[in-house]
Design a binder for this molecule. Structure first.
Ligand code: BES
Ligand code: ZN
Length: 886
């Protein structure tokens, strides 16, 4: 619910209060007459009492700001004034047998700026119904456990909307009066209304035929703004790869005759998995070399796959209630991560995913917005599409699989698909399949869904040179989170390796005299508060490589010496931990520097570290994208999170700058040589290997320029001028944008002129400028909110400019004047009048305010209070402000 109201916040919804509906809906027949300002919707619902509900109970349908025109029950007109308000339709004594309810509503899609329900984007009619948007179209039991078969008729002016789409299969098209036409769609698969979709517009498209494993032919189509059809091919390829992958890895085939995707330019989220008719934010569809970066391509591949994978994990099996959101989102994120890992470098995919988890989920878990992966209460469900539900939700599936093994995992998934197909399920339902397939009690494991907070795992090792044994001790601790003081230990898989001083892997031989369970593939389970493992036949003191592949989503506390870290950086056979060793070393240096800078002393530097880094970059051959990850030092936000309390963003900025500058200076020649060596004249291809080389080359330029401003600026300018693809252009412009020279302003100006007709490219231009770490950036951002290309009603623009400033420019957002906080709070308030979900997302940039040093903490708190004191506040924004203040 997002409608503004001045009344007090509604009472929270509780998982414990779940009960089935009193009525079921078997079929829904919808009839839309599309009109820009007065769309008419007729809905015919076939209802019947739910045997699991209360007999004789009133029927209460949800409405969201609706304008009802008429209603009838079994063809007998109802007194509208008596039964309907904009927010509810109530039948006090419905028949206790099947009956038909028909209601007509009128909508104004043109004035719908919330982008929930039926709205217009660039002239195209489209819908967004998850989570509770369907009630803004017609009265309904708007909850995911009510599953019905939908038939939709759409009628519109032929010239305005030659394309008319809805869920399921096309049944019929025809003309209906002068200049008008219609299309009828039928979706045979029962579904909750949040998966309903409709599109009407004048769009271009590309199509492809896909034959499923069992020989069924499916017509795939991607609809885009006319003239942009040639930018949809990569998305189409990604879709086909995803469809094959789901057949191959999970044995899941597609189940309709058509699969349609529509790209629109006004969309609050990334994309939506509506049955047979996915609707996408166009930034996750459109890509050609000249407009999209390699990162954009990778995102397209994973978002297209994610929404497609929902067809089985989300649509065929859906959620019983919104508390179970992670049932579909966490599982589907896990599936799309594995898919991307198979398409690209597994190691890089894992590093990218863990970076994202740490950047977005760890701070959530450590601050006032902390919540369980399955929350037990919410005020506004839209605020629970969080990194915790998504990213930690995915990590839980990954840990489950590591604990029970590949075979039991897939046997459990097969059981799940078989048992719950066509149903609305819970986390308990899901886990019961794996308990059965693995023969293991998952009662303790289920706690992962019920406890907030990131576990901290302490590791220490002791070598016995007489006995040639190495003893590794693990212990876990979960700090308290709001409303959850006591925590139970969680079962977690810890993948371990031992590395000898020569860099070789030492085979793991456990001392079975001590009666341990057989451990496969180096995965050890930490189930209770602590565990000690003894390895024998260890010839020399080893370095333990712990939590390889980031097997458990925890914070590891391991005291490794600098030499240990250098050994892992050079020799760990686990690429994740090799990368982690470099990150840990850099983090240690920068945290030391942060303290030094605050004390007025010189920052720390380590030549050994810089040289080890150069070695790693030069050994790029097997996986250049991995080398590029090695080159990327922890971000300022990473450091702030690791420091944890009394955070001083300015000192952190200076500390990080000092290390980058130092590395750039010391390695000048090697970085430049590598930059030249990686130069390629081959035509652009978005494949992972080519993208990896570009990433590494741009990383070299970036570090080089940090230590060599004048020369770096010149090289970047040349790259900028000659780039034939957006990746290299942005790589160069990003370097230029960090060097305060007249060249920078000229290049930015030139870039704007070249791309001012392309909003998705202007978004890159916005983000780059919003993240310049200089004192006048706030003034620049304010100026940019006034340019024609900026529009507070378009989510992509707001995220690109304001979101980037708030989340990716910690120096300026946290400026000691407090102006950064005030600005973001003001913009959230302004956005709230247009699109409350965008406003709520902006305001979550304040989620870590309690970790700031005292003065900044006070200023951030003031900005949050100002939001709460505003006269008109959406439930979405109020909920975030209230919880953030705690
Ligand atoms: N079901 C969501 C879209 C959604 C989110 C609808 C929130 C309503 C409210 C979709 O499957 C999704 O998760 N999209 C992500 C991208 C995905 C690749 C993680 C998104 O939109 O950010
Ligand atoms: Zn999803």
């Amino acid at each position: 619910m997002s409608a503004h109201s001045d009344s007090a916040a509604p009472s929270p919804v509780r998982l414990a209060d779940y009960r089935p509906t009193d009525y079921l809906i078997d079929t829904v027949d919808l009839d839309f007459r599309l009109d820009a300002t007065a769309t008419r919707v007729v809905s015919r619902l076939r209802l019947r009492p739910n045997p699991a509900g209360r007999a004789g109970a009133p029927l209460v349908l949800d409405g969201g700001d609706l304008k009802p025109l008429r209603a009838s029950l079994d063809n007998l007109p109802l007194d509208l004034a008596a039964v309907a308000t904009p927010h509810r339709l109530t039948i006090a004594n419905p028949p206790q047998r099947p009956f038909t309810l028909e209601v007509e509503t009128e909508l104004d899609p043109s004035s719908n700026t919330q982008l929930e329900g039926l709205y217009r984007s660039n002239g195209t009619f489209c819908t967004q119904c998850e989570a509770e948007g369907f009630r803004r179209i017609t009265y309904y039991l708007d909850r995911p456990d009510v599953m019905a078969v939908f038939t939709t008729r759409v009628e519109a002016a032929k010239d305005e909307a030659p394309i008319l789409l809805s869920n399921g299969n096309p049944v019929e098209t025809g003309s209906s009066g002068p200049g008008r036409h219609y299309a009828i769609w039928h979706d045979p698969h029962p579904k909750p209304c949040y998966l309903f979709a409709l599109v009407g517009g004048d769009l271009g498209w590309i199509e492809e035929e896909f034959t499923t494993g069992s020989g069924r032919k499916v017509k795939l189509a991607i609809y885009v703004e006319k003239g942009k059809e040639h930018r949809a091919h990569y998305a189409m390829e990604s879709l086909i790869h995803a469809m094959r992958w789901d057949e191959f890895v999970y044995g899941r085939e597609y189940d309709l005759d058509v699969f349609n995707i529509v790209a629109v330019s006004d969309f609050t989220m990334g994309a939506m998995e509506n049955k047979g008719l996915n609707i996408f934010n166009d930034k996750y569809i459109l890509a050609i070399a000249e407009t999209a970066t390699d990162a954009d391509y990778a995102h397209i591949e994973s978002v297209v796959a994610h929404e497609y994978f929902h067809n089985w994990t989300g649509n065929r099996i859906t959620c019983r209630d919104w508390f179970q959101l992670c049932l579909k989102e966490g599982l589907t994120v896990y599936r799309d991560q594995e898919f991307s890992g198979d398409q690209r470098s597994r190691a890089v995919q894992r590093i990218t995913d863990v970076r994202a988890l740490r950047a977005a989920q760890f701070p959530e878990d450590a601050g006032p917005l902390a919540h369980n992966v399955r929350p037990d209460t919410y005020r506004e469900i839209n605020n629970f599409y969080t990194a915790t539900v998504y990213e930690k939700g995915a990590e839980i599936i990954r840990m489950l699989r590591a604990l029970i093994g590949h075979d039991a995992y897939h046997a459990g998934m097969a059981l799940y698909f078989e048992r719950f197909d066509g149903k609305a399920a819970t986390i308990e339902d899901f886990l019961s399949c794996f308990a059965e397939s693995s023969g293991r009690d998952l009662g303790d494991f289920a706690q992962w869904y019920a406890q907030a907070g990131t576990p901290r795992v302490k590791v220490s090792g002791a070598y016995d040179s007489e006995a040639k044994t190495y003893q590794l001790s693990l212990s876990q601790h979960i700090p308290p989170t709001p409303g959850q003081a006591e925590k139970k230990p969680l079962p977690m898989p810890i993948r371990i390796g031992l590395i000898g001083r020569d860099g070789g892997e030492i085979p793991l031989v456990q001392d079975h005299a001590q009666n341990w369970r057989e451990e496969k593939f180096g995965v050890f389970e930490l189930a209770g508060p602590e565990r000690t493992i003894v390895f024998k036949n260890v010839p020399t003191p080893p370095v333990a490589s712990v939590n390889r592949r980031f097997s458990a989503a925890v914070i590891l506390e391991q005291q490794l010496s600098e030499d240990d870290l250098l050994l892992l950086m050079a020799h760990d056979s686990d690429p994740f931990n090799k990368w982690q060793a470099a990150q840990s070393f850099a983090t240690r240096l920068m945290i030391r520097s942060t303290a030094a800078i605050r004390a007025g002393e010189m920052p720390a530097f380590s030549e050994k570290f810089a040289l080890a880094l150069a070695d790693a970059l030069e050994h790029y051959e097997t996986d250049p994208a991995f080398a590029a990850q090695m080159a990327a030092l922890p971000t300022e936000n990473d450091l702030a999170r690791d420091i944890g309390t009394d955070v001083d963003p300015e000192a952190i900025f200076l500390a990080r700058k000092a290390l980058r500058d130092g590395v750039g200076q010391l390695l000048s020649h090697r970085l430049l040589a590598l930059y030249d060596k990686l130069q390629s004249d081959a035509p652009y291809s978005p494949d992972a290997a080519s993208a990896g080389r570009r990433a590494l080359r741009n990383a070299c330029l970036d570090l080089y320029a940090a230590g060599n401003h004048a020369d770096g600026s010149e090289i970047a300018l040349a790259q900028f001028q000659h780039a034939t693809n957006m990746t290299d252009k942005m790589g160069a412009l990003s370097v230029l944008s960090r060097l305060p020279t007249p060249t920078r302003e000229k290049a930015l100006e030139f870039f704007y002129r070249a791309h001012c007709d392309e909003p998705l490219i202007i978004d890159k231009w916005f983000s780059l400028q919003a993240t310049i770490p200089e004192p006048d950036t706030l003034a620049r951002v304010k100026r940019l909110t006034k340019v024609h290309a900026f529009n507070i009603a378009t989510p992509n623009r707001v995220y690109a400019l304001i979101g980037a400033f708030a989340n990716a420019n910690p120096l300026c957002f946290n400026d000691l004047s407090g102006d950064g906080y005030q600005f973001v709070a003001d913009l959230a308030l302004q956005a709230d009048g247009v699109n409350p979900q965008v406003a709520a997302r902006l305001l979550s940039a304040f989620r870590s305010w309690r970790n700031l040093e005292a003065r900044r903490g006070e200023l951030a708190e003031q900005a949050l209070r100002k939001v709460l004191d505003a006269s008109k506040l959406s439930p979405d924004l109020r909920d975030i402000a209230q919880r953030a203040l705690g």
